[in-house]
Design a protein around this ligand. Structure first.
Ligand code: PMP
Length: 394
């Protein structure tokens, strides 16, 4: 049978990560390839209590259809959190609850991207955004990431010459690079966007997962009318709940609500109420501190192991938050080849190529430190180090 699919499907790569996770899930493999939060830190007991309270106390409302925008007390909590953490004045009406923050990217694609529309994105950029936007057939424009954030000179020429509809970036502990945009860079980027017609999509999936350095102002606080900001409970509570949100100016929110109605009517109201109850009954700050302490330790452990085992020519970022390190091999060495060689030794890394929309990135790789014990980090990095030494000698 010859099936005829929409042309957009041919333009969208399958998620390389989800594909290789199938291989790397074998128990004998030490995997740094995925992007999984540490399940030991999921608040299982407390969520069980919250779920029980919701089902027994408010069961019929929690199991009924609900509004597209989402559960009001949860949206109020998010608005209040923005106020406390980032000093931002946000109305709950500017917030809509989504099925994970990944859904925000799809809705943003629906609302802003026609076939051939230009979309500017960090290089390297978050693979899940590349995939979500690709379904709407944009033309990507790349803005290289420096250690301080997006290169302002390139951003300026991309926005003034290409006039993209959106510029998508992850200013805090970016996936994949771990880079956080510096304050100076944020100010420069804000000025450039202010002068343009482009909307900034500020993906803040890791904003709460900072373990050192100063809290940076959100880009939205410089550009409230020109920013669509996204957030997630995946990294601070649990990804399986699939709860995220989008924060956008009213005119944009109206469009997002229409797009969401056509997609899934509303996000899972049971999950929304359970999370809302959890946030009311327990201290999220205490919980986040436990996560950031653990991840800081895991990052230090991985950096120490890399320092001991990797050839000195391999460079690596030292992120101030999030879940990833980003390593670069010397020119001419391929992380895809390294992936194959490492997998033969039962270690998995994520080659960097899928994070580039223009090819390139062949010598880069992402290493996830949040989902392995100290022992497995040391053992996995030691094995990877010996694979690297062998590869780089041949
Ligand atoms: N944005 C970024 C930068 C991410 O790394 C992720 C998760 N890998 C997401 C969005 C989506 O996360 P979720 O849908 O679980 O909120």
């Amino acid at each position: 049978m010859q099936y005829t699919f929409a042309s957009r499907m041919g333009k969208t790569p399958r998620s390389f990560i989800r594909e290789i996770l199938k291989v790397t899930e074998r128990p004998e493999v030490i995997s740094f390839a995925g992007g999984l939060p540490n399940p030991a830190l999921f608040p299982v007991e407390r969520l069980a209590e919250s779920a029980r309270a919701v089902i027994t106390g408010e069961g019929s409302a929690a199991l009924q259809y609900a509004t597209t925008e989402g559960y009001l007390p949860l949206r109020e909590w998010i608005a209040e959190r923005y106020k406390i953490r980032l000093g931002m004045d946000v109305s709950p009406d500017e917030i809509l609850i989504t099925n994970g923050s990944q859904q925000c990217l799809d809705l943003i694609g629906k609302v802003f991207i026609d076939p051939g529309s230009r979309v500017a994105i960090e290089r390297p950029g978050y693979l899940g955004a590349i995939q979500a936007f690709s379904l709407y057939e944009p033309e990507f424009m790349n803005v290289p990431l420096t250690s301080e954030g997006p290169d302002p000179t390139v951003l300026n020429s991309v926005l003034s010459e290409g006039n993209p509809r959106i510029f998508y970036g992850v200013p805090n502990s970016q996936n994949p690079s771990g880079i956080t945009w510096s304050l100076e860079n944020r100010c420069r980027v804000a000025k450039i966007i202010q002068r343009s017609e482009t909307i900034l999509v500020e993906d803040d999936a890791y904003g709460e997962l900072r373990f050192c350095g100063d809290q940076m102002p959100a880009m939205r606080s410089f550009l409230p009318d020109k920013t669509v900001m996204t957030g997630s409970f995946s990294k601070i509570i649990a990804p399986g709940m699939r709860m995220g949100w989008v924060c956008a100016p009213y005119e944009i929110m109206e469009q997002i609500v229409t797009a969401k109605q056509g997609t899934d009517l509303h996000s899972n109201i049971l999950s929304q109420r359970i999370i809302s109850r959890f946030l009311a009954d327990y201290s999220i700050d205490e919980h986040i501190r436990a996560i950031t302490d653990a991840y800081a330790h895991q990052r230090d452990c991985m950096l120490a192991a890399i320092n001991e085992h990797f050839p000195k020519e391999v460079t690596c970022t030292s992120p101030d938050g999030g879940m990833f390190l980003w390593a670069t091999l010397p020119d001419g060495f391929s992380s895809t080849e390294l992936f194959n060689r490492a997998l033969a030794e039962n270690v998995a890394i994520l080659p960097g190529v899928p994070f580039y929309t223009d090819g390139g990135g062949e010598s880069t790789m992402r290493l996830n430190f949040s989902n392995a014990s100290d022992e497995r980090i040391w053992e996995g990095i030691a094995r990877l180090g010996s694979v690297l030494h062998q590869y780089m000698q041949t």
